[in-house]
Design a protein around this ligand. Structure first.
Ligand code: AMP
Ligand code: MG
Length: 318
Protein backbone atom coordinates (compact mmCIF):
# COMPACT_ATOMS: atom_id res chain seq x y z
CA UNK A 1 0.00 0.00 0.00
CA UNK A 2 1.34 3.40 -0.93
CA UNK A 3 0.45 6.63 0.82
CA UNK A 4 1.72 8.96 -1.89
CA UNK A 5 -1.26 11.32 -2.01
CA UNK A 6 -1.63 11.40 1.78
CA UNK A 7 2.06 12.20 1.99
CA UNK A 8 1.95 15.04 -0.52
CA UNK A 9 -1.08 16.70 1.07
CA UNK A 10 0.38 16.30 4.57
CA UNK A 11 3.76 17.75 3.58
CA UNK A 12 2.21 20.79 1.99
CA UNK A 13 -0.16 21.35 4.95
CA UNK A 14 2.68 21.10 7.50
CA UNK A 15 4.83 23.54 5.48
CA UNK A 16 1.98 26.07 5.38
CA UNK A 17 1.29 25.64 9.11
CA UNK A 18 5.00 26.21 9.76
CA UNK A 19 4.81 29.53 7.93
CA UNK A 20 1.95 30.60 10.19
CA UNK A 21 3.90 29.58 13.31
CA UNK A 22 6.95 31.53 12.19
CA UNK A 23 4.80 34.59 11.41
CA UNK A 24 3.43 34.49 14.94
CA UNK A 25 6.88 33.98 16.42
CA UNK A 26 8.50 36.78 14.46
CA UNK A 27 5.77 39.39 14.83
CA UNK A 28 5.88 39.43 18.60
CA UNK A 29 8.89 40.56 20.64
CA UNK A 30 10.19 37.67 22.74
CA UNK A 31 9.87 39.58 26.03
CA UNK A 32 6.20 40.14 25.41
CA UNK A 33 5.73 36.51 24.55
CA UNK A 34 7.05 35.32 27.86
CA UNK A 35 4.54 37.27 29.88
CA UNK A 36 1.52 36.84 27.69
CA UNK A 37 0.80 33.29 26.56
CA UNK A 38 -1.86 34.27 24.02
CA UNK A 39 0.50 34.33 21.01
CA UNK A 40 1.16 30.67 21.55
CA UNK A 41 -2.50 29.96 21.58
CA UNK A 42 -2.82 31.87 18.34
CA UNK A 43 -0.18 29.75 16.62
CA UNK A 44 -1.46 26.45 18.04
CA UNK A 45 -4.97 27.13 16.82
CA UNK A 46 -3.91 28.61 13.49
CA UNK A 47 -1.65 25.68 12.73
CA UNK A 48 -4.40 23.19 13.56
CA UNK A 49 -6.90 25.14 11.39
CA UNK A 50 -4.62 25.08 8.33
CA UNK A 51 -3.74 21.41 8.58
CA UNK A 52 -7.29 20.26 9.34
CA UNK A 53 -8.66 22.23 6.38
CA UNK A 54 -6.22 20.63 3.97
CA UNK A 55 -6.77 17.10 5.28
CA UNK A 56 -10.55 17.45 5.51
CA UNK A 57 -10.80 18.56 1.88
CA UNK A 58 -8.51 15.85 0.54
CA UNK A 59 -9.57 12.98 2.85
CA UNK A 60 -13.09 13.62 4.14
CA UNK A 61 -13.36 10.07 5.49
CA UNK A 62 -10.24 10.08 7.67
CA UNK A 63 -10.84 11.67 11.10
CA UNK A 64 -8.22 13.83 12.79
CA UNK A 65 -7.32 13.44 16.45
CA UNK A 66 -5.80 16.84 17.15
CA UNK A 67 -4.62 18.35 20.39
CA UNK A 68 -6.66 21.57 20.19
CA UNK A 69 -10.37 22.30 20.30
CA UNK A 70 -12.31 25.52 19.60
CA UNK A 71 -14.91 25.33 22.39
CA UNK A 72 -13.39 28.17 24.42
CA UNK A 73 -12.68 30.22 21.31
CA UNK A 74 -16.39 30.24 20.48
CA UNK A 75 -17.17 32.15 23.69
CA UNK A 76 -17.79 35.91 23.68
CA UNK A 77 -14.67 36.54 25.76
CA UNK A 78 -12.39 35.04 23.09
CA UNK A 79 -13.38 37.39 20.26
CA UNK A 80 -10.00 39.11 20.22
CA UNK A 81 -8.11 35.85 20.12
CA UNK A 82 -10.15 34.33 17.33
CA UNK A 83 -9.86 37.45 15.22
CA UNK A 84 -6.07 37.35 15.65
CA UNK A 85 -6.03 33.68 14.69
CA UNK A 86 -8.15 34.44 11.63
CA UNK A 87 -5.75 37.22 10.59
CA UNK A 88 -2.83 34.83 10.68
CA UNK A 89 -4.73 32.10 8.83
CA UNK A 90 -5.81 34.66 6.18
CA UNK A 91 -2.14 35.24 5.32
CA UNK A 92 -1.98 31.60 4.26
CA UNK A 93 -5.59 31.07 3.12
CA UNK A 94 -6.90 34.48 1.97
CA UNK A 95 -10.55 33.41 1.84
CA UNK A 96 -10.64 32.20 5.46
CA UNK A 97 -13.40 33.54 7.74
CA UNK A 98 -13.73 33.32 11.51
CA UNK A 99 -16.43 30.71 11.14
CA UNK A 100 -14.25 28.63 8.78
CA UNK A 101 -11.33 28.80 11.19
CA UNK A 102 -13.40 27.64 14.17
CA UNK A 103 -14.88 24.79 12.14
CA UNK A 104 -11.48 23.71 10.80
CA UNK A 105 -10.03 23.64 14.32
CA UNK A 106 -12.94 21.52 15.53
CA UNK A 107 -12.49 19.12 12.66
CA UNK A 108 -9.53 17.97 14.75
CA UNK A 109 -11.93 16.54 17.38
CA UNK A 110 -11.99 13.11 15.75
CA UNK A 111 -11.76 9.89 17.71
CA UNK A 112 -9.17 7.14 17.61
CA UNK A 113 -10.41 4.46 15.20
CA UNK A 114 -9.08 2.05 12.56
CA UNK A 115 -7.57 4.75 10.35
CA UNK A 116 -7.00 8.31 11.52
CA UNK A 117 -4.61 11.25 11.55
CA UNK A 118 -3.15 12.52 14.77
CA UNK A 119 -1.90 16.10 15.00
CA UNK A 120 0.04 18.22 17.42
CA UNK A 121 -0.16 21.65 15.75
CA UNK A 122 2.65 22.94 18.01
CA UNK A 123 4.54 20.39 20.03
CA UNK A 124 6.92 21.95 22.55
CA UNK A 125 4.86 25.04 23.34
CA UNK A 126 7.29 26.04 26.05
CA UNK A 127 10.13 25.91 23.54
CA UNK A 128 8.12 28.02 21.09
CA UNK A 129 7.64 30.65 23.80
CA UNK A 130 11.34 30.65 24.61
CA UNK A 131 12.23 31.01 20.90
CA UNK A 132 13.72 27.52 21.11
CA UNK A 133 12.60 24.33 19.39
CA UNK A 134 9.07 23.29 18.53
CA UNK A 135 7.51 20.92 16.01
CA UNK A 136 4.39 20.59 13.92
CA UNK A 137 3.73 16.87 14.14
CA UNK A 138 1.30 14.93 11.96
CA UNK A 139 0.94 11.16 11.62
CA UNK A 140 -1.37 8.74 9.84
CA UNK A 141 -2.26 5.65 11.85
CA UNK A 142 -3.90 2.57 10.40
CA UNK A 143 -4.69 -0.64 12.30
CA UNK A 144 -2.68 0.63 15.25
CA UNK A 145 0.48 1.20 13.21
CA UNK A 146 1.94 4.56 12.27
CA UNK A 147 2.12 4.56 8.46
CA UNK A 148 3.21 8.13 7.81
CA UNK A 149 4.97 10.75 9.89
CA UNK A 150 5.45 14.35 8.83
CA UNK A 151 7.17 16.76 11.18
CA UNK A 152 7.98 20.42 10.59
CA UNK A 153 10.76 21.92 12.73
CA UNK A 154 11.03 25.56 11.57
CA UNK A 155 13.66 26.49 14.20
CA UNK A 156 15.90 23.42 13.96
CA UNK A 157 19.38 23.88 12.48
CA UNK A 158 21.81 21.45 10.90
CA UNK A 159 24.99 23.23 9.80
CA UNK A 160 24.18 26.58 8.23
CA UNK A 161 20.59 25.74 7.42
CA UNK A 162 17.64 26.42 9.77
CA UNK A 163 14.16 24.93 9.34
CA UNK A 164 13.52 21.34 8.29
CA UNK A 165 10.68 19.01 7.45
CA UNK A 166 11.01 15.31 8.24
CA UNK A 167 9.00 12.71 6.35
CA UNK A 168 8.76 8.96 6.93
CA UNK A 169 6.57 6.33 5.30
CA UNK A 170 6.42 2.78 6.65
CA UNK A 171 8.86 0.60 4.76
CA UNK A 172 10.18 3.47 2.65
CA UNK A 173 12.69 5.24 4.88
CA UNK A 174 12.99 8.62 6.55
CA UNK A 175 13.98 11.83 4.84
CA UNK A 176 14.58 15.44 5.71
CA UNK A 177 14.48 18.55 3.56
CA UNK A 178 15.21 22.21 4.36
CA UNK A 179 11.99 24.21 4.60
CA UNK A 180 13.66 26.76 2.33
CA UNK A 181 13.51 24.17 -0.44
CA UNK A 182 15.92 21.76 -2.04
CA UNK A 183 16.20 18.00 -1.95
CA UNK A 184 15.07 15.33 0.44
CA UNK A 185 18.05 13.49 1.95
CA UNK A 186 17.73 9.99 3.39
CA UNK A 187 18.32 9.64 7.11
CA UNK A 188 20.33 7.00 8.92
CA UNK A 189 20.80 6.63 12.68
CA UNK A 190 24.29 6.88 14.13
CA UNK A 191 26.57 3.90 14.72
CA UNK A 192 28.38 3.31 18.01
CA UNK A 193 31.71 3.97 16.31
CA UNK A 194 30.77 7.56 15.46
CA UNK A 195 32.00 8.84 18.83
CA UNK A 196 31.34 12.55 18.29
CA UNK A 197 27.66 11.94 17.63
CA UNK A 198 27.23 9.21 20.22
CA UNK A 199 25.28 11.38 22.66
CA UNK A 200 21.75 11.59 24.03
CA UNK A 201 18.83 14.00 23.94
CA UNK A 202 16.23 14.78 26.57
CA UNK A 203 13.62 17.49 27.28
CA UNK A 204 14.57 21.00 28.31
CA UNK A 205 11.67 20.96 30.75
CA UNK A 206 12.84 19.03 33.82
CA UNK A 207 9.24 18.17 34.72
CA UNK A 208 8.76 16.26 31.44
CA UNK A 209 11.23 13.55 32.45
CA UNK A 210 13.61 12.25 35.07
CA UNK A 211 16.91 13.88 34.20
CA UNK A 212 18.86 12.13 36.98
CA UNK A 213 17.81 8.67 35.87
CA UNK A 214 18.14 9.58 32.19
CA UNK A 215 21.75 10.57 32.76
CA UNK A 216 22.46 7.37 34.66
CA UNK A 217 21.02 5.20 31.85
CA UNK A 218 22.98 7.11 29.22
CA UNK A 219 26.18 6.48 31.17
CA UNK A 220 25.32 2.80 31.46
CA UNK A 221 25.12 2.44 27.67
CA UNK A 222 28.48 4.14 27.25
CA UNK A 223 27.54 7.74 26.51
CA UNK A 224 30.15 9.92 28.16
CA UNK A 225 28.99 13.44 27.27
CA UNK A 226 26.30 15.58 28.86
CA UNK A 227 22.80 15.43 27.41
CA UNK A 228 21.66 17.70 24.62
CA UNK A 229 18.41 19.30 25.79
CA UNK A 230 15.84 20.03 23.13
CA UNK A 231 12.11 20.78 23.19
CA UNK A 232 9.48 18.89 21.22
CA UNK A 233 9.63 15.91 18.86
CA UNK A 234 12.60 17.59 17.21
CA UNK A 235 14.47 15.12 19.50
CA UNK A 236 13.29 12.26 17.29
CA UNK A 237 14.47 14.16 14.24
CA UNK A 238 17.91 14.54 15.80
CA UNK A 239 18.16 10.80 16.54
CA UNK A 240 16.92 9.93 13.05
CA UNK A 241 19.52 12.27 11.54
CA UNK A 242 22.31 10.45 13.36
CA UNK A 243 23.12 13.47 15.52
CA UNK A 244 22.37 11.55 18.73
CA UNK A 245 22.13 7.84 19.58
CA UNK A 246 19.46 7.96 22.26
CA UNK A 247 16.38 9.88 23.40
CA UNK A 248 15.24 9.13 26.92
CA UNK A 249 11.92 10.26 28.37
CA UNK A 250 11.40 8.58 31.72
CA UNK A 251 8.42 9.42 33.96
CA UNK A 252 9.06 12.45 36.14
CA UNK A 253 9.16 11.57 39.85
CA UNK A 254 6.79 14.53 40.27
CA UNK A 255 4.20 13.03 37.91
CA UNK A 256 4.64 9.26 38.13
CA UNK A 257 1.17 8.59 36.68
CA UNK A 258 1.61 10.79 33.59
CA UNK A 259 0.61 9.05 30.37
CA UNK A 260 1.93 10.22 27.01
CA UNK A 261 -0.34 11.55 24.22
CA UNK A 262 -0.27 9.80 20.85
CA UNK A 263 0.26 13.10 19.01
CA UNK A 264 3.40 13.74 21.04
CA UNK A 265 5.10 10.61 19.65
CA UNK A 266 3.50 9.10 16.54
CA UNK A 267 5.26 11.21 13.90
CA UNK A 268 8.60 11.21 15.70
CA UNK A 269 8.57 7.47 16.34
CA UNK A 270 8.16 6.44 12.68
CA UNK A 271 10.83 8.95 11.67
CA UNK A 272 13.33 7.22 13.98
CA UNK A 273 12.22 3.69 13.04
CA UNK A 274 12.45 4.32 9.31
CA UNK A 275 15.95 5.74 9.79
CA UNK A 276 16.98 2.38 11.25
CA UNK A 277 16.31 3.08 14.92
CA UNK A 278 14.04 1.61 17.54
CA UNK A 279 11.29 3.10 19.75
CA UNK A 280 9.61 1.47 22.76
CA UNK A 281 8.42 2.45 26.20
CA UNK A 282 10.78 2.05 29.15
CA UNK A 283 9.69 -1.58 29.64
CA UNK A 284 10.46 -2.44 26.03
CA UNK A 285 6.79 -2.50 24.96
CA UNK A 286 5.76 -1.00 21.63
CA UNK A 287 3.98 2.36 21.92
CA UNK A 288 0.23 1.86 21.71
CA UNK A 289 -1.30 4.11 19.06
CA UNK A 290 -4.33 1.83 18.63
CA UNK A 291 -6.66 2.32 21.56
CA UNK A 292 -6.73 5.79 22.99
CA UNK A 293 -5.49 9.37 22.76
CA UNK A 294 -3.32 8.55 25.75
CA UNK A 295 -0.89 5.65 25.72
CA UNK A 296 -2.41 4.17 28.85
CA UNK A 297 -0.34 0.99 29.02
CA UNK A 298 3.02 2.61 28.22
CA UNK A 299 5.38 4.33 30.62
CA UNK A 300 8.09 6.64 29.35
CA UNK A 301 9.75 6.46 25.95
CA UNK A 302 13.13 5.14 24.78
CA UNK A 303 14.18 5.95 21.21
CA UNK A 304 17.57 4.81 19.99
CA UNK A 305 19.78 3.93 17.07
CA UNK A 306 18.65 0.31 17.60
CA UNK A 307 22.10 -1.07 18.36
CA UNK A 308 22.09 0.18 21.95
CA UNK A 309 18.37 -0.32 22.60
CA UNK A 310 18.56 -3.60 24.55
CA UNK A 311 21.44 -2.26 26.60
CA UNK A 312 19.37 0.80 27.54
CA UNK A 313 16.34 -1.34 28.45
CA UNK A 314 18.53 -3.67 30.50
CA UNK A 315 20.03 -0.71 32.37
CA UNK A 316 16.49 0.44 33.13
CA UNK A 317 15.64 -2.97 34.60
CA UNK A 318 18.75 -3.09 36.78
P1 AMP B 1 9.05 18.19 25.38
O1 AMP B 1 9.13 19.42 24.59
O2 AMP B 1 9.70 17.01 24.76
O3 AMP B 1 9.47 18.38 26.80
O4 AMP B 1 7.55 17.74 25.41
C1 AMP B 1 6.45 18.58 25.28
C2 AMP B 1 5.23 17.76 25.62
O5 AMP B 1 5.33 17.27 26.95
C3 AMP B 1 3.93 18.50 25.59
O6 AMP B 1 3.33 18.32 24.35
C4 AMP B 1 3.10 17.85 26.70
O7 AMP B 1 2.03 17.12 26.16
C5 AMP B 1 4.06 16.88 27.35
N1 AMP B 1 4.02 16.84 28.82
C6 AMP B 1 3.35 17.65 29.67
N2 AMP B 1 3.55 17.23 30.95
C7 AMP B 1 4.36 16.17 30.91
C8 AMP B 1 4.92 15.27 31.90
N3 AMP B 1 4.69 15.45 33.19
N4 AMP B 1 5.71 14.27 31.47
C9 AMP B 1 5.97 14.09 30.17
N5 AMP B 1 5.46 14.88 29.19
C10 AMP B 1 4.67 15.91 29.55
MG1 MG C 1 2.78 18.24 22.36
Amino acid sequence: MSYQIEKEVAISAVIEAGKLCENVRQNIPPALEKQDKSPVTVADFGSQAIICKALKEAFPDIPIVGEEDATELRQEISQDTISKITQYVEKIIPSATTKNVLDWIDYGNGKVCRKFWTLDPIDGTKGFLRQDQYAIALALIEDGEVKLGIMGCPALSFGEETGYIFVAERGKGSYKMPLSGGEFTKLQVVSEEDVSRFRFVESVEASHGDQIQQNAIAKAVGITTDSVRVDSQAKYGIVASGEAALYLRLPSPKYPNYRENIWDHAAGAIIVEEAGGKVTDMDGKPLNFRDNEKMLDNRGVVASNGAIHEKALQALKD
